[in-house]
Design a protein around this ligand. Structure first.
Ligand code: GLA
Length: 381
């Protein structure tokens, strides 16, 4: 939505003009799935879909927040008191970020806020990370906290872990805070160092949301984390980053499930490094192989795919042939798939994959052609 429209809406709600906007993008992970909480490598890129938070500081300690995505629902709380969960689910993300900043000793101030987002929700494209990073950026500005984008990302992750009860890793918030237009971001989750990787100009990023209803995502996700931690312990390392495929195959203490989970993580880390090189050289054949292997590993060893996303990936791989690569993206159990393909192949995905998927799974998929957008931006009007 246009800023002028959003600014008008802000004035209509609060009877005063917004003084600025903090905005942060959703993300799609190109490769490196379920590796972030294992100190591994990930290669996400930001989306051109963003969550915008228009703001105006208040003289008191009250946060008032409305969202154009949820008309008629609002939230209001004080940053001068201990922050607890409230009645609004999206409002709780705002509270969560305030809670972790307050807990770390940062002095917050009140603000009137208006949120608007075009990041698809429930698709595994990090709409919640975009909201957390934008809210963190807003507090950073109005309360002059002087935090870096990486620090804001870490607070966003803490908000998920300690307030929203989701034990996610750092990938989503870190790329939303630090991503750059037209680039993917290689993140080493062991030390949070990052490297920008230019997106090849001959390829486009296509995201297809399976619209499969995601269930039990958090509990399954947490189980995967626990299995990885158990495997690392049996392998005698602090995280699966410190081990090898050989050690995983030959360790006699690992259960079958732990071996499979560890094999996925260790092999996926290797694929990320190879994918960086393939992206840099525009090597589509290599990307096809790596993304297909990643999907297969997430299906067979990590067991986070569902029939709908397996089917969507297979249909896309068949339709794209040598002109593109496809795999599931994000946490799994439904959600979206990502394709890297030649621009002329987008029509094939739209005209052939979407109807075939509908026929096979009875679900209407949404397709987005994306470009990598800028990470967190805070602007004053
Ligand atoms: C979710 C989490 C991330 C990451 C992915 C899987 O998106 O929020 O931290 O673990 O799943 O790669």
């Amino acid at each position: 939505m246009e800023f002028t429209f959003l600014a008008e809406q802000f004035s209509a709600i609060y009877h005063t003009a917004a003084e600025g906007v903090a905005s942060a993008p959703g993300r799609v992970n190109l490769i490196g799935e379920h590796t972030d909480y294992n100190d591994g490598f990930v290669l996400p890129c930001t989306l051109n879909f963003r969550t915008k938070v228009l703001f105006k500081a208040r003289a008191d300690n009250v946060i008032k927040v409305h969202s154009l995505n949820y008309p008629g629902e609002s939230d209001c709380f004080s940053v001068a008191e201990p922050i607890k969960a409230g009645p609004s689910q999206w409002g709780n993300y705002v509270r969560a970020v305030a809670f972790v900043l307050q807990r770390a000793g940062h002095k917050l101030c009140g603000a009137d806020l208006l949120i608007e987002s075009d990041v698809p929700q429930g698709a595994g494209l990090s709409s919640s990370a975009a909201l957390e990073v934008a809210i963190g950026g807003m507090f950073n500005s109005v309360a002059q906290l002087k935090l870096t984008p990486t620090q804001l990302a870490l607070f966003g992750q803490q908000a998920e872990n300690d307030f929203m009860d989701c034990q996610c890793g750092i990938m989503d918030q870190l790329v939303s805070a630090n991503g750059q237009s037209h680039h993917a971001l290689l993140i080493d989750c062991q030390d949070l160092s990052t490297q920008l990787v230019a997106m090849p100009t001959n390829l486009v990023v296509v995201i297809i949301n399976s619209n499969y209803p995601r269930k039990l995502v958090d509990s399954e996700y947490n189980q995967r984390r626990l299995a990885c931690e158990a495997a690392a312990k049996k392998l005698g390392v602090s995280s699966l980053r410190q081990t090898t495929l050989d050690a995983v195959e030959h360790n006699t203490l690992l259960s079958d499930v732990e071996r499979k989970r560890a094999r996925h993580v260790v092999s996926e880390n290797l694929r990320v490094i190879d994918a960086v090189q393939a992206l840099q050289t525009g090597d589509l054949a290599k990307l096809r192989t790596l993304m297909a292997q990643s999907h297969q590993s997430l299906h067979g060893d990590y067991e986070v795919t569902v029939a709908a996303t397996d089917g969507l990936v297979k249909l896309s791989q068949q339709a794209l042939g040598e002109n593109g690569a496809a795999r599931m993206t994000g946490g799994g159990f439904g959600g979206a798939i990502v394709c890297l393909c030649l621009p002329e192949s987008v029509a094939t995905l739209k005209d052939s994959v979407i109807p075939q998927y509908q026929q096979q799974f009875g679900l209407a998929a949404d397709l987005y052609v994306c470009t990598a957008g800028q990470g967190l931006v805070v602007q004053y009007f």
